[in-house]
Design a protein around this ligand. Structure first.
Ligand SMILES: *Cc1c(COP(=O)(O)O)cnc(C)c1O
Length: 425
């Protein structure tokens, strides 16, 4: 990777086939001048097209009232079905395998109702030791929910995968070895496709194959993977997945989340499931009968009629991803993140810096997590005052995520200059 200087960064941007997308987004105001937005892994930027799409729904509601279900520009009744194809594109699924609904942690719970089926012998859930707290709480509460009835001890119901002493990433061989050793006690594996803290992208195929070979149900939390790295959920063969849409997917704070259920489960009526009327087959939904007829798609997990005002931003964002394509975004992302790493390591800051994120591009997405000697909340504030939007996690981790849709090579060059100014060596 040849090092960027200011003019080569400008030249890379001029040659970037995705460069036009940047101006399709609103960048936040910033006293220091042009903002350096490196926190799309936490809250993606607002596409400029979102406002008009949202206003269209407000206008249709004002002008049509209940008739908007049929007569809105985008009729509300089948609205969630219209985002399906683009949602499937983002995670490599068949259209009938995905549904936009709820929020991420809620979806994890609803899917665990179906796919976490503990017995007295096999009851453990495997997660990363550095899992996002909500995932830790969710799996422990599922364990607690089942423990008394199934007759197991909830206190060792969660098996946390730890990195080796002195390492931050998990080794695939170690993960597989743990699965094989403990398979007899494991009911479910639920990992983040990309770990939120370290930015490590796991070997999804190897881990999924190994767990399934041992009869373990497999779910992936794609919060940090969806819209960031290519995944092929259908071919992967995992049982389920869920993700949020406000990080790389730019659909706004608390946006409607996604869920995936593999095709092989879609006609299985023996799966336990919490039901609601929007999971009923649309062909019979409005007969308003008392008996649930699940539709043979991931929609069967949907409970309520969907929030149209919240789906509108998702619809806009997914259209952008369909147009830009995951493949082209990944190509630029590899180059951007590679440049960021190379510049950081060639800068004076390198002496005080340790990367938690694997240096192998195949094991990471758009994020680099840096442990910076001497960094603290106050330095995060100084970075912000200098125009850098980034994320700080206690005690000393700074996460930087160049998002290929709207970050430029020039952004990457400049953020390294600013980091070196804020942390002089
Ligand atoms: C962002 C994130 C969450 C957030 O959960 P919500 O239900 O959307 O509030 C959960 N899990 C992971 C892994 C995340 O990265």
């Amino acid at each position: 990777m040849s090092l960027l200087d200011e003019s080569s960064a400008r030249a890379r941007d001029a040659a970037d086939p995705l460069r036009g997308w940047r101006e399709q987004f609103h960048f936040p105001r910033c006293a220091a001048g042009e903002p350096l937005y490196f926190v799309g892994n936490s809250l993606g930027l607002q596409p400029k097209a979102t406002r008009a799409t949202l206003e269209q729904e407000l206008d249709d509601w004002a002008a049509l009232g209940v008739e908007g279900h049929f007569d809105a520009k985008h009729p509300w009744l089948p609205y969630h079905e219209e985002v399906r194809a683009n949602l499937a594109h983002v995670v490599g699924a068949l259209p009938q395998e995905v549904v936009a609904m709820n929020s991420l942690t809620a979806n994890l719970h609803f899917l665990m109702i179906s796919f976490y089926r503990p017995t007295r012998e096999r009851y453990r859930i495997v997660i990363e030791d550095t899992a996002f707290p909500s995932d830790s709480y969710a799996v422990q509460s599922q364990v607690d929910f089942h423990a008394a009835r199934a007759g197991f001890d909830p206190r060792n119901g969660v098996l946390r995968l730890k990195a080796r002493e002195g390492e931050s990433a998990l080794r695939t061989a170690d993960i597989l070895e743990t699965i094989e050793r403990a398979a007899g006690s494991i009911a479910l594996l639920l990992l983040g496709g990309v770990n939120y803290l370290t930015g490590q992208l796991f070997d999804l195929p190897a881990i999924t194959e190994c767990a399934r070979r041992h009869g373990i149900a497999v779910g992936w939390d794609l919060a940090h993977a969806a819209g960031n790295v290519p995944v092929n959920l259908h071919d992967l063969g995992c049982d389920f997945a869920a993700w949020c849409s406000y990080k790389y997917l730019n659909s706004g704070p608390g946006a409607v989340a996604g869920a995936f259920v593999h095709e092989r489960h879609l006609r299985d009526r023996s799966l336990p499931r919490l039901a609601g009327w929007w999971g009923n087959d649309p062909a019979t939904r409005f007969r308003m009968g008392p008996d649930f007829e699940p539709v043979a798609s991931a929609d069967a997990w949907q409970l309520s009629n969907p929030p149209i005002l919240a789906l509108a931003p998702l619809r806009v964002s997914l259209e952008i991803f369909a147009a830009a394509t995951i493949g082209a975004l990944r190509e630029k992302s590899l180059a951007l993140t590679g440049c960021l790493e190379a510049l950081l390591l060639a800068s004076p800051l390198a002496r005080r810096l340790r990367l938690l994120t694997p240096s192998d591009p195949a094991q990471r997405g758009a994020q680099l997590s840096l442990v910076l000697e001497g960094a603290n909340r106050e330095s995060a504030r100084r970075l912000h005052a200098a125009g850098v939007f980034c994320d700080f996690r206690e005690p000393d981790v700074i996460r930087l995520a160049p998002a290929p849709l709207y970050n430029s090579f020039y952004d990457v060059w400049r953020v390294v200059q600013v980091l070196n100014e804020v942390f002089p060596s």
